[in-house]
Design a protein around this ligand. Structure first.
Ligand code: GLN
Length: 542
């Protein structure tokens, strides 16, 4: 079957949720039996977001194949329960890099290399490659940025060409815009939408479907007006009303028949009725939780929750398993100290210390790990969070004064966390960490094993430093043990304190693999233990 291509563009303003609309449409098509994937084209010049500060760009999401990608790929995986790869996220930096590499090799045979056709050809090649690689029925390609941005122009031009090359029934465009409500006039305003469609038209692209993001319901009049001025069918003007959770969006899009309209435009049959029971069950669990639990997320980017997107989503998935809403308390590690720790963490039944890089806020993370260890509060350390638990234990229990990670203090006498050997001669920062999926063997009867209920697991990584195995015996003798190792290299992947009710630190990033259908076992176990502590505390009080 010919792969069909759907492009999703955005107008009026950024942050309208193109990623969620794309993921929701993909979910509905998948639920009708189609094989779908999603791709994100990012118009910035970084080759990938790996070197971007989380404040700039939110979380960097890592795929199985070790690509450092946009956080929207996390939504795609969480919604669709599929894995994505390097080819699902392409940036302008990557496009230019490959065109310039080809130019240096002489592949263009003396031609002048230009944005059109060379850059646009490379964009088209990467879009089509994804479709043909795994025989997808539909590839949904989200174009980052907003129509009208100078840097988006080559992408819009590539879409224009592809529609012409592939034909109308094989390629379509959904344009997402915003319809503001002017309280003073008491009206929804369509002018920004009209302008942004006009801008698309100037670039030669007529959208087939308009998804209008709005805080209030669209009247029929509004839909007619937009249809008339923007040359789209009345049915193809879709409302995307604000909802309390992103997981409701597929259901809203189903009610608006987005899937049916798309299938009709692409000349595809409607397939089976969408199978969404597990999704609806999940949704009703998160909308009507029976209980709640307070968990602290200690990190240094907490001002921007997008920096920990996969972690907060993983808590929603794990909470649903226990019919429980996880109230995340975002604690800035820089503000945490010995004086205020009781007040800041005392109400929480679980403490997660987040991943991160660099020295800033590290002392607060060490405090948090110590507080959890001493007070027997469930603790979950992820990547740097695990490393902090190790450093804290070395200082306080093993009495290794000023033990540290050589990332933070390269002169420390006790580098209990140290640079991995293969990292020692690497100078470039981009794409050079230990990235992607690696196997890990669990120790039977450990907390990790109880959570996964299997011995062999695969998890995704993003780090340069590791537990320094020279200290393993000392740690083991004093009550912090390794319960998961890489079977090929012996690298310590998991540490636990068996005497503690639940103290688990992992070198990998479990949050990347949590989906609606497969909540991550470690998050599920952590929330369960936090809930147990919460009940226990309530019982003691009453
Ligand atoms: N900075 C640490 C390292 O590189 C931890 C990385 C992380 O938390 N993702 O090993």
């Amino acid at each position: 079957m010919q792969t069909k291509y759907v492009f999703v563009t955005g107008g009026v303003t950024s942050s309208l949720g193109k990623g969620i609309i794309s993921a929701s449409l993909a979910k509905l098509l998948q639920a009708r039996g189609y094989k779908v994937t999603i791709q994100k084209l990012d118009p910035y010049l970084n080759v990938d977001p790996g070197t971007l500060n989380p404040y700039e760009h939110g979380e960097c999401y890592v795929t199985d194949d070790g690509a450092e990608t946009d956080l929207d790929l996390g939504h795609y995986e969480r919604f669709l329960n599929i894995t994505t790869s390097q080819s699902n996220n392409v940036t302008t930096g990557r496009i230019y890099q490959s065109v310039i590499d080809k130019e240096r090799r002489g592949d263009f045979l003396g031609k002048t290399v230009q944005v059109i056709p060379h850059i646009t050809d490379e964009i088209k090649r990467r879009v089509k490659l994804l479709g043909s690689k795994q025989n997808y029925d539909v590839v949904i390609t989200e174009i980052g940025g907003t129509v009208g941005d100078i840097e988006s122009l080559p992408y819009i031009e590539a879409v224009r060409q592809l529609r012409w090359e592939l034909g109308r029934n094989n390629c379509m465009v959904i344009h997402l815009t915003y319809v503001p409500y002017l309280a003073a006039a008491g009206e929804l305003k369509t002018k920004p939408t009209q302008h942004s469609v006009k801008m698309l038209l100037e670039a030669g692209v007529q959208p087939d479907v308009l998804v209008l993001r709005a805080e209030r319901n669209l009247t029929d009049d509004i839909r007619h007006k937009v249809a008339l001025f923007c040359n789209v069918d009345h049915r193809a003007v879709i409302e995307s009303i604000d909802v309390s959770t992103i997981y409701e969006v597929p259901i809203k899009m189903l009610e608006e028949h987005l899937d049916v309209i798309v299938l009709e435009k692409l000349d595809l049959d409607l397939g089976k009725e969408p199978e969404l029971k597990p999704w609806r069950d999940f949704l009703s669990k998160i909308q009507k939780p029976k209980t709640s639990v307070d968990i602290a997320l200690v990190g240094k980017y907490v001002e921007l929750p997008d920096a920990y997107k996969s972690i907060s989503e993983a808590f929603i998935h794990a909470g649903a398993v226990h019919d429980c809403k996880v109230n995340l308390h975002w604690i800035h590690s820089e503000t945490l100290n010995n004086e205020n720790i009781n007040e800041k963490l005392g109400k929480c039944s679980g403490i997660l210390v987040a991943p991160g890089f660099g020295h800033r806020g590290i002392e607060g993370k060490l405090e948090a790990a110590q507080y959890a260890r001493i007070n027997n509060v469930p603790f979950f350390g992820i990547c740097l969070g695990m490393q902090c638990a190790v450093i804290e234990f070395a200082r306080d229990v093993l009495k290794l004064e000023n033990a540290h990670s050589s990332e933070m203090d390269d002169k420390t006498k006790y580098p209990v966390i140290d640079l991995m050997a293969e990292q020692k001669n690497i100078l470039d920062l981009g794409g050079t960490m230990r990235l992607g999926s690696y196997p890990c063997k669990l120790t039977k009867n450990s907390k990790a094993f109880q959570a996964y209920n299997q011995e062999d697991i695969q998890e995704r990584h993003r780090h340069r430093y590791e537990f320094n195995s020279e200290y393993l015996e000392q740690f083991t003798a004093n009550g912090m043990i390794s319960t998961g190792v890489n079977p090929d290299t012996g690298l310590v992947e998991i540490i636990e304190i068996p005497k503690h009710r639940w103290f688990v630190g992992v070198q990998f990033h479990p949050e990347y693999k949590s989906t609606v259908i497969n909540p991550h076992p470690l998050f599920v176990a952590f929330v369960k233990n936090a809930l147990d502590l919460c009940y226990e505390t309530k019982r003691k009080k009453s």
